[in-house]
Structure formats: C-alpha cells, structure tokens
Design a protein. Structure first.
Length: 126
C-alpha cells in the first residue's frame, strides 16, 4: 500500500496520537515511507508530545465542536448518528478552520516563547 500526497507546495507533516490502533507496524511503516522524518507519532522519528491535547486542534476544538452538534438531537439509531456526523463535518467552513489554525499558531508561539510553561490565557481563548 502507498499513500499519494498531492503537492500543495508546502512541506507536509503528519501527526497522530499514540493510540494502539494508530501505531500498528504496517501503519507506522507506511507513514514513515510517506512522510520520512516529518512524522509525529509514538513510534515515529518525532515523538507525539504526551498530554498535548492543548496543542492538537482536533482535540482542543474539532471533536468537542462536532460532538456537541452530532448529539444535539439525541440520535437513536446508527444511521441517524452517521447522518449527523456526515452533515456536521460537511458543514465545517474554511473560515472556521482558518480561525482554529490561527489559534493553534498562537499556542505554538506562546510555547516557544515561554519554553513550554503552562498557557492558560491561550488555552481558554477561542
């Protein structure tokens, strides 16, 4: 198996957490072949930062946002749940993602400037 990456004109990095299902040997080998030393993972060249949910936009924003909308009408069937997930994800607009990335880069700047100290004034700003 091989991943095909469309050339976006930027050097792409791939980050994943250390969940067992994400770190199977075949998965890690495929990601290393594709991203080389630009892989952030439990068994990758760059270790996934422990307890870094405040550094990962999927964790500190997207999953919370999606979950709140997916379960708003209390789906009772798998099909209803799946439909809600598809709808919520499809409705995410580029402007929202741009704002999330702006917040993420401010978090990274803060961490770099403070040499890794806690960042409560950034974490709760969204």
């Amino acid at each position: 198996m091989r991943l095909t990456i469309i050339d976006a004109g930027v050097e792409l990095w791939f980050q994943q957490d250390g969940a067992t299902c994400h770190t199977a040997r075949a998965t890690i080998d495929l990601l290393k072949d594709t991203f080389g030393d630009r892989l952030i993972s439990r068994f990758g060249p760059v270790n996934w930062p422990p307890r870094s949910c405040d550094l990962t936009p999927l964790d500190y924003y997207l999953w919370v946002y999606v979950k709140s909308l997916v379960y708003a009408d209390k789906p009772q069937t798998f099909d209803h749940l799946e439909g809600n997930i598809r709808r919520v994800i499809a409705d995410i607009r580029p402007q929202m993602l741009e704002k999330v990335i702006e917040n993420w880069t401010s978090r990274l700047d803060y961490i770099q400037a403070s040499r890794g100290s806690p960042m409560p004034e950034i974490i709760f700003k969204m």
